[in-house]
Design a protein around this ligand. Structure first.
Ligand SMILES: [Zn+2]
Ligand SMILES: [Zn+2]
Length: 132
């Protein structure tokens, strides 16, 4: 255990892995396009172990839900994670093998569930009839 902690404090986490808090998949800590894989590439959930990316200093350990996607300067996407235990919000770059469908589902969630009628935003646009 102590060996693993020491390894996690170094830049390279080659060979280490963790199990997803949400879906239980075993996940390699190595990820294309990022130094610190901190979320599950399948369901995008994370665990609250870092104060800053990769430092492993947070004692919370709570499950972190992916609640939003935002576009960083330069076009990279990042996921906003919120801790279910303490409420902390973290922004984490996506990795090259993250589930694209899960990312898009989060990105369109706000547009898919507007708190006001979209016809109010653009009243002249022909809106499709919503069949209920
Ligand atoms: Zn998962
Ligand atoms: Zn937390």
């Amino acid at each position: 255990m102590r060996d693993r902690d020491r390894r996690n404090n170094r830049r390279s986490s080659a060979g280490s892995w963790f199990r997803c808090v949400r879906c239980g998949q075993p996940i390699s800590a190595d990820a294309p396009g990022t130094e610190h894989r901190n979320h599950c590439p399948w369901c995008l959930w994370s665990r609250h172990v870092d104060d800053r990316p990769g430092d492993r200093r947070a004692e919370c350990g709570g499950a972190m839900e992916p609640i939003a996607v935002w576009s960083r300067r330069g076009g990279d996407w990042a996921v906003i994670h919120q801790c279910r235990s303490c409420g902390a919000l973290h922004s984490n770059r996506i990795a090259g093998d993250d589930n694209e469908l899960a990312l898009v589902a989060i990105a369109v969630r706000a547009i898919a569930q507007p708190p006001f009628p979209l016809s109010r935003v653009a009243p002249d646009l022909p809106m499709p009839e919503t069949a209920l």
